[in-house]
Design a protein around this ligand. Structure first.
Ligand code: ADP
Ligand code: MG
Length: 677
């Protein structure tokens, strides 16, 4: 038997058991060994019956009598009297009539582990597991591992089958380099897996968890270090910094750059003047002005004779960027094109031709840019807006379109906590715009009870009176009988026929045709609409400086970062802006909503969100779900720092990664997941 042995070859694993395991993606011995318990329940101490207190308990007793009766159709209750030399108690099982046979020998001593609780008017032991005292305990009398109960998988079953693998665990070869294990004072892989599945003490569990979590982070960090090194070895286009070109451009902007914008632009211009491709993440809270920074880089790249591709997650955003860039760049003879799914076949072909022969300098687009028909003459820079929305493969496809590796700029308004910046984004260089343009006033945010909606509408109307515009965001497009949440269609109709009858309203949602969406956004931008009722399609990047009110219905149904993003649609000018978080009911608002009310700091909210929901929810399944960390927490900064030091030491040492089979395979897997080259 080895790690690759199918589980079906193990004693006790029949077809049915194998099917059960299969549902949890457990196929081989290795899968099961690395199927880690979520927690351990302590049944290790044996208590005398006379001394029992309520809780999870183990007793050592004989079964004096046992009976089973049918209480209702399909429910069998088995009751037994258990005795030790201190006293007696009653044990009860539901639908486990086989206990009659198991416990029929009243001379045999058993360990019983279960919940001792007050039920049906007396103290009793509920559904205890039972094992003969002269056998190795599996389900009783120890720290019992509790496994993830995916699709009804029972911990009892996992424990039973793992018992068959015990001796294999003790023989497994070490997976980490010996130097790392000793310098980081880790337990061996044998001790770690024994400590997870067969611990004697909580200390065993702790050491085991730490070791396995370290290993995951070490692999992840090693992968990002190696990717960073590989990126540095690649050749890109060397685009020299021309200070007069940049100065002229910056001076022509309708505003003064913030210092943070200047620094970010400088970082980028430095990067692209090097031999190896830039791989930089530009982080800045919503409204901090990332687009213009990308435009400065674009100006330089085009001036040097290269093309630029800007990739955006939605049509609305792509269209907006194309317009912004054209406004700022066309005066310098730079040509800007827009490619989305909506562009008609005839125009499309012309666009593609111009792109291929190099007469088009800048192309802005959505996923449509990734298609094989899109070819460049000399692609120098790829800028990806809201980059966490693109999967790694999608980015790869874009980078493949250049003879040399183009420079890559990723932009995100979702602030990434430091722990994630080190691990998941470890191979990127990071620039942060931590400063809003000087004329901005902080947005005032208020949680609002739905019973006072009338007052809220009046407050909104006051803003409209003053010439401002408002967003009302709803969860649903249409009313839905199984979902109470408000819908765009219904709210739009209701408000247009009542309190906002005198206002120009329209609606926006994902089911509209791209051209329709586009038209609505254009009208809203031109202030031909006062109130836009919308789903979260307005979430990312949309820029209408005159809008000052963001009203979010059923606010508690959104994640923190998402609320912060939505709020960022307003507060984009010198006008005072407001964000109203309307709750679904009059219950006390959640801690999460209060965090958003209290703080305008996206970084802070991202940390809270990460702690509350985990990276998969916050940063998208595409990248982080695939990372599939079993045990390490990406919020564990202490362990991350430790793993980071170890990864650096390992890279500097003479040690060859390839001699560690499992380690190098995992590192390679992570490298492919996070790689941009
Ligand atoms: P985000 O970082 O959210 O992508 P944008 O790039 O859309 O932000 O910029 C938000 C708005 O702020 C735009 O209307 C932009 O023209 C404006 N803006 C950007 N930088 C400045 C600045 N330094 N001073 C004033 N307004 C600015
Ligand atoms: Mg933006």
């Amino acid at each position: 038997m080895n790690l690759q042995t199918p589980l079906t070859h193990i004693k006790g694993v029949g077809l049915r058991t194998a099917e059960q395991f299969e549902l949890s993606n457990l196929r081989t011995v290795k899968d099961l060994l690395y199927f880690l318990p979520r927690k351990h329940e302590d049944f290790s101490e044996v208590t005398k019956i006379a001394d029992l207190a309520p809780g999870k308990r183990t007793i050592r007793a004989r079964c004096e009598s046992i009976t089973t009766r049918n209480v209702r159709r399909g429910i069998k209750v088995t009751t037994a009297i258990l005795a030790d030399d201190s006293g007696k108690l009653q044990a009860v099982w539901f639908n486990q009539a086989y206990r009659m046979t198991q416990l029929k020998d009243s001379a045999q001593e058993f360990f019983f582990s279960g919940e001792f609780e007050f039920n049906y008017n007396k103290y009793q032991l509920t559904n205890p597991s039972a094992e003969k005292v002269n056998e190795l305990p599996i389900q009783t009398d120890r720290l019992l591992p509790i496994y993830p109960a995916v699709k009804g998988l029972k911990s009892q079953l996992v424990r039973k089958i793992l018992t068959e693998l015990r001796s294999l665990i003790t023989m497994l070869p070490e997976t980490l380099p010996a130097a790392v294990v000793s310098s980081q004072k880790l337990v061996s892989i044998n001790q770690a897996l024994m400590g997870m599945h067969f611990p004697t003490t909580q200390h065993d569990v702790k050491k085991a968890r730490e070791r396995l979590a370290f290993e995951e982070l070490f692999e992840l960090l090693l992968a990002s270090r190696l990717n960073k090194q590989a990126n540095a070895r690649l050749q890109s286009w060397k685009i020299d910094f021309e200070s007069s070109v940049i100065k002229t451009f910056v001076d022509s902007l309708p505003f003064t750059l913030t210092d943070a914008q200047r620094r970010a632009a400088w970082d980028i211009l430095q990067d692209i003047s090097g031999e190896s491709p830039m791989n930089r993440l530009l982080q800045g809270d919503v409204g901090s002005g990332k687009t213009v920074v990308a435009t400065i880089a674009t100006r330089q790249v085009v001036n040097a004779g290269y093309q630029v591709a800007i990739l955006a997650p939605t049509e609305i955003l792509a269209t907006q960027h194309a317009r912004t860039m054209a406004d700022l760049l066309e005066q310098y003879g730079v040509t800007v094109g827009l490619l989305t799914g909506a562009v008609k076949t005839k125009n499309r072909q012309a666009l593609l031709d111009n792109l291929k022969d190099g007469s088009l300098n800048v192309i802005v687009g959505t996923h449509a840019l990734l298609e094989p028909s899109v070819q460049f003459h000399k692609l120098g820079l790829v800028a990806i807006d809201e980059q966490h929305r693109f999967g790694v493969q999608q980015r790869q496809r874009l980078l493949d379109k250049s003879k040399r590796m183009p420079h890559l700029l990723s932009m995100t308004a979702t602030p990434i906590p430091r722990s994630l910046a080190l691990t998941v984004y470890g191979e990127l260089d990071v620039s942060i715009i931590n400063q809003k343009p000087a004329d901005r006033k902080p947005i005032q945010t208020k949680i609002w009870s739905p019973v006072s909606r009338k007052e809220l509408y009046l407050a909104i109307d006051t803003q409209l009176q003053q010439g401002r515009q408002a967003y009302i965001v709803c969860r649903l497009i249409d009313d839905n009988p199984v979902n109470e949440a408000k819908s765009v269609q219904a709210e739009y109709k209701k408000l247009q026929n009542s309190i906002f009858g005198h206002r120009r309203m329209d609606l926006l949602h994902g089911k509209l045709k791209p051209a329709e969406k586009e038209a609505v956004m254009r009208q809203f931008l031109a202030h031909e609409i006062d109130i836009l009722v919308s789903t979260t399609v307005v979430e990312v990047g949309v820029d209408v400086p005159n809008a000052t009110v963001m009203m979010i219905e059923d606010a508690e149904q959104y994640g923190l970062s998402q609320l912060h993003q939505l709020r960022g649609r307003v507060g984009r000018s010198s006008y005072q802006s407001y964000c109203y978080l309307v709750t679904s009911d009059t219950k006390k608002p959640s801690q999460r909503l209060r965090e958003v009310e209290k703080s305008n700091d996206g970084f802070y909210l991202a940390e809270v969100d990460l702690a509350l929901r985990g990276p998969g929810e916050v940063y998208g399944r595409a990248q982080h779900g695939a990372l599939n960390l079993q045990i390490a927490s990406l919020a564990d900064t202490r362990l991350i720092a430790k793993a980071q030091r170890a990864a650096d030491e390992f890279i500097q040492s003479e040690d060859d990664l390839l001699q560690y089979k499992q380690l190098s395979a995992n590192v390679e897997k992570y490298q492919r997941l996070t790689t941009l080259n």
